[in-house]
Ligand binder design. Structure first.
Ligand SMILES: [Zn+2]
Length: 217
């Protein structure tokens, strides 16, 4: 059996991890890679965290989401393009959640990504493999193809039945998007919900304490 101090240490370690590590994917993010892409820029209680912060991180993210081949790597300039594109996807999600018109610049960015790199495998022939299908320019268009697929997925999400259930996490400072699984859901994760509830309880206690001070007993 663990002692009180061991349990306290474990609880503290988990609180610290909650503070600096990203929460599990938000509801809907496994179904829609574009949603997880938008959420790759997040704000934790410890500060902002960019899961596409550099070429290594961005390459790993794309491979993990099946958007780049195992050995696929994007370089610095493409990482910047991915982040700019993510900004456009976030703007569109934000506008949809708020019921505002879609920002024209963000629409143009998604349409450009959709048309810049058709994700269609072409029919080819060579002496070794004979007839086969493969994507054009496999080595140098990883970012373009990833953005084309993410753009198509974002378009599906924004025009499909789940668009009505798109929401933005209400657990400040979190800014993740999610698909509402039930009407009463206000947070992207239990971690955000717990944080908000704890903050409310703390504020209530402080208010009670403040009210109680100086009053006759
Ligand atoms: Zn959240």
């Amino acid at each position: 059996m663990r002692s009180m101090s061991q349990r306290a240490t474990t609880a503290t370690a988990s609180a610290v991890a909650d503070h600096v590590a990203p929460p599990p994917p938000a509801p809907g993010a496994e179904q829609y890679p574009a949603l997880d892409f938008a959420n790759s820029l997040l704000t934790l209680p410890s500060g902002p965290l960019d899961l596409l912060g550099g070429p290594e991180a961005a390459s790993g993210w794309l491979v993990e989401h099946g958007l780049a081949p195992e050995a696929g790597r994007v370089l610095g300039p493409c990482t910047v393009r991915l982040r700019v594109f993510r900004g456009a996807v976030r703007e569109l999600l934000d506008a949809r959640v708020a019921g505002r018109p879609a920002p024209p610049g963000a629409l143009a960015a998604v349409n450009e990504a959709l048309t810049a790199a058709p994700a269609v495998a072409l029919l080819r022939w060579d002496a070794e493999q004979g007839l086969h299908r493969s994507l054009p320019h496999p080595a140098d268009r990883i970012a373009d193809r990833a953005m084309a697929r993410l753009a198509a997925d974002a378009a599906d999400l924004l025009t499909g039945p789940d668009a009505e259930r798109l929401a933005r996490c209400g657990g400040a400072p979190c800014s993740r998007f999610y698909v509402r699984t039930h009407a009463a859901r206000h947070w992207c994760s239990t971690r955000c919900g717990d944080r908000v509830r704890a903050a409310r309880a703390y504020a209530r206690k402080r208010a009670e304490k403040a009210c109680g001070e100086g009053e006759p007993t």
